[in-house]
Write a protein that binds this ligand. Structure first.
Ligand code: SF4
Ligand code: SF4
Length: 132
């Protein structure tokens, strides 16, 4: 995302953020995957368009790209006074505008191929999982 050549403040920052990135996905925690079966299941999930997985210090999450239905074309929230708590808690002080999610997490997978490469490193006999 290209950044404007002016000083960004909490007041003006969101107006430069199209398409209001923080309103275009949801996350869902899931139990730490440990077995080949767990990772094989995750492979199926990230094979779907818009489904990603990441690990941060708090654990593993699915990241599902899906634009909020309340996000207006101009970037405003259509239910601002009634928006859920998680939206109220989100600060633009250091947010999705400032980071590349690929660099932000300990692990990040956005495709079958990226997760499969990780599985091959993690499990010696990854290819034999269907015979076991
Ligand atoms: S809080 Fe961050 S990600 Fe969300 S609209 Fe503002 S600048 Fe964009
Ligand atoms: S409810 Fe409003 S603030 Fe929350 S994700 Fe949707 S558009 Fe964004």
């Amino acid at each position: 995302m290209s950044k404007p050549d002016i000083e960004l403040t909490a007041q003006n920052k969101c107006s430069f953020c199209a398409p209001s990135t923080c309103c275009t996905y949801i996350t869902q925690p899931f139990d730490t995957p440990r077995s080949k079966e767990d990772f094989d299941y995750l492979l199926w999930q990230v094979s779907h368009e818009g489904v990603q997985a990441f690990k941060d210090p708090e654990g593993w999450y699915l990241r599902i790209l899906s634009r909020c239905t309340h996000l207006r074309p101009n970037g405003d929230c259509g239910i601002y006074d009634k928006r859920p708590q998680i939206c109220r808690d989100h600060s633009n002080d250091w947010c999705e505008y400032d980071i590349d999610v690929r660099d932000e997490y300990e692990l990040f997978f956005d495709s079958f191929e990226s997760l499969e490469a990780y599985c091959r490193k993690r499990f010696k006999r990854w290819d034999e999982r269907f015979q076991e």
